[in-house]
Design a protein around this ligand. Structure first.
Ligand SMILES: [Zn+2]
Length: 407
């Protein structure tokens, strides 16, 4: 009996230390997820880091104490493809808008050139894959707002030549030819010139981005475009009723034509309680920006910092609820359940929005892969969401462009 008991004890100890028993809290998923994440192309379609290039105390090559994006934190989080957003306030129009957009396009090129050991400027899906194979971060550009072409279709072509690979048809305000979701309708969607611009974007291989636009502009663009559309940074309206998000019907229509919704992490786009409290506090996003603009003028870095301070203080005072990064997963999962894993991706809005707790910067991205794996997503589906879907849409846009060029 004693011997039997000793044996039992021994066997128990052996069993505990045996590799057949998973380590504490472990089912091997954390390790598998890490492997998958760091071997994938992890592509983010919307980062406002470009604004920081104009600040003397920012260096993308160094780890920064604030903001969300720099090379060290991208490396740490396995983010290896980024669309730098070219953005200026939507009320600046005409030649000044074009000039400021060109300043930013140049700043992206210069920053990539200065860091060519780590980054490669990319214009095609193949370029992105090549950069990945070389261990470099693929750098791409998107213009966030049609107002930056100065109401001149020729400027769009110049932007295309300079490497711009998507354009958001409007920003927070209507532009000369497209209605925004956060402005009073002025054009009933896209004007005839707006439709011509969408066709020209197809011809140039510049993806049509419908984040920010009114629902009617979205449906007009969907009808006109020969290539699949993207929503570069939008979330699901079914989970958070914000006009900046897409309704289920819109997501279904986008997917039916091969497009992809890139989920935005901004708290007021992903969490209803936060959105409601934030609206009560600030009167909505546009009113808040108006107020800050008076304090900061043209200085976008000041705008970003002030917004982050205000948000932090309001959470500390209990005026805004805490939001967990896991809400991002809820939005990805909702969209996948609605239209399948081929039509969902990541468009964080890092450096341009208020991030939920646990997703403060690019270094936190592996959590997304692990959370999806824990939900039972296949490796294949996760890779598509991390970047594969966007590359497919990019390739389809490239194909349409080639066909239209020879017509
Ligand atoms: Zn935006």
């Amino acid at each position: 009996m004693r011997r039997f008991r000793a044996c039992l004890w021994f066997c128990f100890v052996v069993l505990l230390s045996s590799p057949l028993v998973a380590p504490a809290g472990g089912d091997g998923i954390a390790e598998r997820a890490k492997k998958l994440h760091f071997s994938s192309i992890v592509l983010d379609t919307h980062d406002d880091t470009t604004q920081r290039f104009f600040s003397t105390d920012f260096d993308i090559a160094k780890r920064n104490a604030d903001g969300s994006i720099d090379i060290p934190r991208m490396r740490e989080g396995g983010m290896n493809a980024i669309f730098f957003s070219i953005w200026i306030d939507g009320r600046i129009m005409g030649p000044p808008a074009v000039q400021k957009a060109l300043d930013q396009i140049d700043a992206v090129h210069e920053n990539v050139r200065r860091n060519s050991k780590d980054m490669a400027f990319c214009r095609t899906a193949d370029d992105v894959r090549r950069a990945h194979a070389q261990g470099k971060i693929a750098a791409l550009m998107g213009v966030e707002g049609g107002h930056m072409i100065g109401n001149d279709i020729r400027v769009l072509r110049i932007f295309g030549d300079l490497g711009v690979r998507y354009m958001t048809l409007s920003h927070f305000y209507n532009d000369e030819w497209a209605d925004s979701s956060t402005d009073k309708p002025a054009h009933n969607g896209l004007t005839d010139y707006g439709k011509e611009i969408v066709r020209e974007m197809n011809r140039q291989g510049i993806m049509v981005d419908i984040s920010h636009v009114s629902d009617k502009t979205f449906y007009d663009a969907l009808e006109i475009s020969k290539a699949p559309l993207i929503a570069s940074h939008s979330s699901c309206r079914a989970l958070c009723n914000h006009v900046r998000d897409m309704s289920d019907d819109m997501i279904k229509a986008l997917a039916a034509k091969g497009g992809v919704i890139q989920i935005n992490y901004e708290m007021s786009f992903i969490d209803q309680a936060y959105k409601d409290a934030s609206d009560k506090l600030s009167g909505g996003v546009v009113a808040m920006i108006d107020r800050l603009r008076k304090e900061c003028g043209d200085n976008e870095d000041c705008m970003g910092k002030k917004m982050a301070e205000m948000q932090k203080q309001a959470v500390a005072e209990g005026k805004l609820p805490h939001v967990s990064w896991e809400r991002i997963i809820d939005h990805i999962d909702h969209a996948v359940k609605l239209v399948g894993s081929d039509h969902v991706g990541l468009g964080s809005d890092f450096d341009g929005a208020s991030m939920p707790e646990g997703m403060e910067d690019a270094s936190k991205l592996p959590k997304i892969t692990e959370a999806l794996m824990r939900k039972g997503y296949s490796d294949d589906d996760i890779r598509k969401i991390l970047g594969g879907n966007l590359l497919r849409v990019m390739e389809q846009n490239e194909k349409v462009s080639r066909e239209m060029q020879t017509q």
